[in-house]
Design a protein around this ligand. Structure first.
Ligand SMILES: NC(=O)c1ccc[n+]([C@@H]2O[C@H](COP(=O)([O-])OP(=O)(O)OC[C@H]3O[C@@H](n4cnc5c(N)ncnc54)[C@H](OP(=O)(O)O)[C@@H]3O)[C@@H](O)[C@H]2O)c1
Length: 338
């Protein structure tokens, strides 16, 4: 049985991470203890660490950041029959939605407690690949499927169109692929250097979001059954609302950033945390037991590019600063066991 568990402890807003031994926790009924081998840095984590953003305000300190990981089940609580010790898994925790659980479930540590309802088996898929896909794909699918009502793969209409704004990032790249798999014609905005990859992911048309004609070009290519801004910035929200002169809605990864007409609904929530809430338990089951394992094991989606940073938990402070400062393209990964 494990006796050492090191974590990158966040002492409090404005302070720096401290890597230290925090003791080993053991799983309660319905939980698993997972040896965490891969963590992908998300903009949310970086904003919480560097700027005290969003959920940072409701954490109890000292806290452990990170809500996703990939690794091997080391111990199981009572009553768990669907997993075995030794299973290779990807998982998400309640670290940001339940402050009481944060210390045990924050994933910037070597041994993480996780509720088994939020664990997916990954077979032989590399931990890095699994963790690269889970959080941003989950965000995209929650936004499109759970909150906008887009169907499941194979049931969309090719003659209808979906608009993904800011498709260059991880959430955007997976949103394009999901919408394409559902069966829609996908129009995206992205940087010109990304055109070839966007076409490979499933975009039928790629428009430069910095172009002066972007809204006019999008209007000519519309209308759109679903619209999603995966960059969430104010310019994107303004552009999408301009495409809805008679009213309507679009989803955004960030909250409303500008004043918009009252007939425009911006669908925003913590999409990445939705599966942790009981009201979405049906979706959670589909996600962890069916869709996510299928996507990973069958290699259905092209993962985003990543850079593995050496140094384990001790590398997190600087790496998050780099993400926060916008110096990183693709995702940064660390291995907490190093
Ligand atoms: N609400 C939620 O649940 C939720 C969940 C996950 C993420 N988010 C938020 O969603 C955003 C994206 O996350 P991510 O993981 O996809 O980030 P990411 O992978 O780091 O994506 C960054 C990329 O997005 C593109 N981009 C940046 N600013 C843009 C802009 N103003 N307009 C269009 N494209 C832009 C850039 O690509 P190019 O230079 O190639 O265009 C950039 O490299 C972050 O702000 C994050 O906090 C929210």
């Amino acid at each position: 049985m494990a006796t050492i568990n090191r974590a990158a402890v966040f002492p409090g807003p404005g302070e720096k991470l401290e890597v230290k031994d925090v003791g080993v926790n053991h799983p309660a009924p319905g939980e698993a203890l997972i040896r965490n081998h891969a963590v992908a840095l998300q903009p949310l984590d970086a904003k919480m660490l560097v700027a005290g953003y969003g959920p940072a305000a409701s954490l109890q300190y000292p806290a452990v950041l990170g809500t996703s990981g990939a690794g091997i089940i080391e111990e199981l609580g009572e009553g768990v029959s669907q997993f075995q010790v030794g299973d290779r898994v990807v998982f998400d925790t309640k670290a940001y939605v339940d402050s009481e659980k944060n210390a045990k479930q924050g994933t910037w540590q070597q041994l993480v407690i996780c509720e088994t309802s939020a664990i997916a088996k990954i077979g032989d898929v590399a931990f890095e690949q699994a963790v690269l896909v889970d959080f941003p794909l989950q965000t995209a699918v929650a936004a499109l499927h759970v909150f906008l009502g887009m169907e499941v793969p194979g049931s969309g209409e090719k003659k209808e169109k979906v608009l993904i704004w800011g498709a260059g990032g991880a959430v955007g790249s997976y949103a394009v692929q999901y919408a394409k798999h559902v069966g829609y014609t996908v129009v995206v905005t992205a940087s010109p250097r990304d055109i070839e990859r966007q076409k490979r992911l499933g975009a039928s048309q790629v428009i430069d979001y910095r172009s002066a004609d972007v809204v006019e070009d999008l209007r000519k290519s519309g209308p759109y059954k679903y619209m999603f801004t995966a960059s969430g910035d104010a310019d994107s929200q303004k552009a999408l609302s301009t495409l809805l002169p008679d009213g309507g809605r679009f989803a955004s990864v960030l909250p409303r950033g500008i004043e918009l007409p009252p007939y425009i609904e911006v669908v925003y929530t913590a999409f990445s945390q939705a599966a942790q809430k009981e009201e979405y338990s049906d979706w959670r089951k589909w996600w962890y037991q069916k869709y996510l394992p299928e996507v990973l094991v069958e290699g259905i989606l092209e993962p985003v590019k990543f850079t593995k940073i050496d140094g384990g938990l001790a590398a997190l402070q600087q790496a998050n600063q780099d993400v926060f400062d916008g110096k990183v393209r693709g995702k940064l990964l660390i291995n907490p066991q190093e």
